[in-house]
Every structure is written in structure tokens, then in C-alpha cells.
Design a protein. Structure first.
Length: 279
């Protein structure tokens, strides 16, 4: 009985404190009162409905790392909003910056020189071809920071005719990778000191890694015993070309195919959505 009376009195005193604090707040009193009674209100809610609070999210090293990458990506986007169009983190916790083609030099320079970045090594530079996009080529820069032991991926887009600024002014090691991208995909890099083919032979026509390039190619190379040298001739298939029109099993059930959501950056490129987690 005594414990019930004490509980009732404590509840009434707590409720009176809330009413007094609300009255002071409505009269324009110091906001310190609001900071004082909000925890009490949360305590009252906890006492009245002990199971109303949602369970706390489990904190794991993977979740902490992912959240740190998201925060850092938002930090970079806030500094360079003109060039960084989207920030995303892949399912294996890799940070990606999707930028406008005009932002290649400013973004790479910032990531190299800023104290909180220091990505001073260009680990790789490559590209990929998606013909169904309006801007079919995607150029990818993989950067490494030895100071912070971190990696970041920068992506941009272009088409067959629009050049991209060369990254050789920022990373001298981009010279040969850009020549390889030019040779394999036909992406033109403006202000490159020596943009010429690096893998194919002299006089080669076309770009082998484009999706519309035939698998057999246009020419073949062989050694001719009569002229005693290597000759280049048009391709002649030794057997009749056969076209196989086989569909995969899952393509027979479009109702069960996964639904993909396009992001604003991919809509600008003209591609359907991806499965990466966007921020």
C-alpha cells in the first residue's frame, strides 16, 4: 500500500513538472527548461508503455564501416556539389562517387591534395560499354590512399564523340591506362600527351571491347611463306556461321524477374537501375 502511494505521488509530481515546463516554454522562457524535461517525458513514456520503444539496431564492425563511408561520401558531396551527382556504397562496402564529365580534373585534384583524402595513387583506370545507355561508356578511376589505408572509386560517363579531360595532369600514371581505354573502347581523352593505340597493331580499325564489335573481328593475321612476312587479310570463316537463339531458363518467366529501380544518375545516362545501395 505504501509503495503504491509513493508511486502515485511520484507520477503526480512528474506530471506537474511537465505541465510547469510546458507553461514556461509557451511563455518564452529559457530553452534550457526544454532540454531538462524532454528526458523526463521519455522516462514517463517508458514507464507507461515499457514495450513501445523499438529495438536498438545491432552495432557491428560492418555497419560502423558502412556508416562511416556514407558519412564521408556525403561530406565530399557537400564540398563538391557541382560535380558529384551521386554517392553510393556497394554491397561489399566500397565507396563510389558518380560525377559529371566536366568534374574529372577538379574532383581528382581535390581527392589527391585535400588533407582528409590524400588519395595520391591511381591504382587503376578502366572503362565499360553499355550500348543501351545514351552515354554508353563509363570511365572508372580507382584511387588509393596509403595515409588512411582507404580506397575510393570515381565514375563518369561519355559517348563516342564527347571527349573527357585527361587525368595525366593529376596522376602521371594515367598515361598508359588512358591509351588502353582509347584503344579498346574509343574514348577520347583531351589534353593527353601521347594518345595513340597501345595494344592493337598499326593500322587496326575499330575498338575490340565495344559490344558492337564482332567477336571474329574484321581482319586476321598470318605468316605468308611466299612473301616471307606477316600479312593482314580479311577474315574468312572456315565453316558456315550458325546463329543460336537460346533463351535462359529464367527469361521464360518475366513475372518472377527481379524489379530494378533506376537512380537519377543512371536515368541521366539512360540506363535502368542498379543494385548498389545509394545514399
Amino acid at each position: 500500500m505504501a509503495s503504491g502511494v509513493r508511486g502515485l505521488l511520484s507520477f503526480r509530481s512528474l506530471a506537474g513538472a511537465h505541465r510547469g515546463a510546458a507553461k514556461n516554454l509557451s511563455q518564452g522562457k529559457s530553452p534550457a527548461v526544454q532540454q531538462h524535461w524532454h528526458p523526463s517525458l521519455s522516462q514517463l513514456r517508458t514507464y507507461s508503455t515499457p514495450h513501445a520503444a523499438p529495438p536498438a539496431q545491432e552495432t557491428t564492425p560492418g555497419n560502423v564501416k558502412r556508416q562511416n563511408l556514407i558519412d564521408y561520401g556525403q561530406y565530399l558531396q557537400g564540398i563538391l556539389p557541382k560535380y558529384i551527382q551521386q554517392v553510393q556504397v556497394t554491397h561489399i562496402n566500397e565507396l563510389e562517387l558518380l560525377i559529371h564529365p566536366e568534374g574529372v580534373t577538379p574532383v581528382l585534384t581535390f581527392l589527391r591534395d585535400h588533407h582528409n583524402a590524400q588519395f595520391r595513387q591511381l591504382a587503376d583506370l578502366t572503362a565499360l560499354d553499355v550500348p543501351k545507355r545514351v552515354f554508353r561508356f563509363e570511365v572508372v578511376y580507382n584511387l588509393l590512399s596509403l595515409v588512411y589505408n582507404a580506397r575510393i572509386r570515381v565514375k563518369t560517363y561519355t559517348d563516342e564523340l564527347t571527349p573527357i579531360d585527361s587525368a595525366t595532369a593529376v596522376y602521371s600514371g594515367a598515361n598508359w591506362p588512358e591509351r588502353e581505354v582509347w584503344d579498346m573502347y574509343g574514348v577520347f581523352f583531351a589534353n593527353h600527351p601521347d594518345l595513340r593505340r597501345i595494344l592493337t597493331d598499326y593500322g587496326f580499325e575499330g575498338h575490340p571491347l565495344r559490344k558492337d564489335f564482332p567477336l571474329s573481328g574484321y581482319v586476321e593475321v598470318r605468316y605468308d611463306d611466299e612473301v616471307k612476312r606477316v600479312v593482314c587479310e580479311p577474315v574468312e570463316l572456315s565453316q558456315e556461321f550458325r546463329k543460336f537463339d537460346l533463351s535462359a531458363p529464367w527469361e521464360q518467366f518475366p513475372r518472377l524477374s527481379p524489379v530494378r529501380i533506376s537512380t537519377p544518375w543512371e536515368q541521366q545516362c539512360g540506363e535502368e537501375g542498379r543494385e548498389e545501395v545509394t545514399v
